[in-house]
Design a binder for this molecule. Structure first.
Ligand SMILES: [Zn+2]
Length: 395
């Protein structure tokens, strides 16, 4: 048994417990959480740390498959710059895929990540996932603008799901890529499949401002790129509304759905989404947004309407770390009014709920096995992360 205490304990929700104690059994299951009201006595076998103890982090959005592209992309000003590089640099070196995925998975473990919602376009990451300590939810991502390909694409996705099942690589679902990359027929097929299987869905939402242009009569740089891969004038309805408003009803509304990025999401989109979706989560990947479009979502706007916010790293194409603490440092630096407790809640229990893993991980509650992270080198007086703040995995 281990008795672990620190300057503060974050249990997964609510305020920090000053000098709290968590008791765990030898297998890492929580036996008890003790609020000492700040008073702690010298007790034998009590480990005490300077910092904050919190449950293992949940990375709500990653693409392990793209790990081999680490350092190959240049910072862009908008999504078209990024997509152009992706088309050129993808698959340029196939041999190092598995090793780079292994290294990326190890990096996440070192950074205290215990679960991850990972986008998989192929089965390349499954061997690493089968052997990893991290619990993965695999979003088998489908895309295609030519509606004649829809059945083929869905069936290909189902085949990859079978491999995930066979190799024990984690639960999986067939998931739509983004607002700009699926024909309406393919979106409808994904929706039907999701409703039938009650799966969790992920959707790259409003990552770029150019997406809205696809639903108007004014072409932009994104339109021109997509014209080369099957976009026609008739692919999308010309609603003159945002991409989310235009496509919302093509997404299932009773499944858990992770809306990723949301950089150009406005209050009307948030209101409509809150009405339409029963279980939606806004996932922010701030370091990737700064890399791709040099801007961040208006996070306080989302906070006025919802608690369901999670944090992801995105891939090593657009990020140089796979670390939740590095992501929330960026959020804190841009939006200092957001409390550390809330940032930690987004990083732990909220991600676990989004991936339906909250029965086992995400918080210190009796019977769960959430992992134990020590956050150290922070400003404990003001409860702020600093540039030097880091993670040590205790369990
Ligand atoms: Zn992504």
């Amino acid at each position: 048994m281990r008795n672990i205490s620190a300057s503060y304990i974050f249990t997964g929700k609510g305020s920090l417990l000053k000098n709290g104690i968590i008791k765990l059994d030898n297998n890492g299951f929580v036996l008890d959480v003790i609020d000492t009201n700040g008073l702690i006595e010298e007790t034998p076998q009590l480990e005490h740390y300077n910092g904050i103890i919190c449950p293992g982090f949940i990375n709500a959005h990653c693409h392990l498959e793209l790990s081999y592209t680490k350092g190959r992309f240049e910072k862009s000003e908008n999504i078209t710059g990024f997509i152009t590089q992706m088309i050129k640099k993808r698959e340029s070196n196939k041999t190092d895929h598995e090793e780079s995925i292994f290294i990326a998975d190890s990096e996440m473990q070192r950074n205290g990540i215990v679960a991850c919602g990972d986008i998989s376009n192929t089965e390349k990451s499954f061997v690493v996932k089968t052997n990893s300590k991290i619990r993965y939810y695999n979003f088998i991502e489908v895309l295609g603008l030519n509606e004649n390909d829809s059945n083929y694409i869905i069936n290909k996705g189902k085949e990859i799901q079978q491999v995930a099942l066979r190799t024990n690589a984690g639960d999986s679902s067939i998931s739509p890529h983004a607002s700009y990359s699926l024909s309406l027929k393919l979106l409808e097929a994904v929706k039907e499949n999701a409703e039938k299987t009650k799966s969790i869905i992920s959707f790259h939402n409003q990552e770029s401002k150019e997406e809205a242009g696809l639903f108007s009569n004014t072409p932009n740089n994104l339109t021109y790129i997509l014209n080369n891969i099957g976009l026609t004038e008739n692919t999308f309805p010309k609603t003159n509304k945002s991409s989310l408003e235009s496509l919302m009803h093509y997404l299932p509304n009773q499944n858990n759905i992770l809306l990723i990025h949301n950089v150009f999401t406005e209050s009307k989109d948030i209101e409509l989404a809150n009405k339409y979706f029963d279980y939606h989560f806004w996932v922010f990947c701030p370091k990737s947004n700064l890399f791709i479009s040099n801007t961040l979502p208006n996070i306080p706007l989302f906070m006025q309407n919802t608690d369901n916010i999670c944090v992801g790293t995105d891939s090593l194409s657009s990020n140089n770390t796979l670390s939740i603490i590095e992501e929330i440092k960026v959020i804190q630096n841009h939006f200092p009014q957001i409390s550390l407790e809330l940032l930690l809640q987004w990083s732990t229990i909220n991600g676990a709920k989004a991936l339906k893993m909250d029965k086992l991980i995400g918080s210190f509650e009796k019977g769960k096995k959430p992992g134990v992270n020590l956050i150290y080198n922070l400003d404990l007086l003001n409860l702020k992360l600093t540039n030097n703040t880091d993670i040590k995995v205790l369990l």
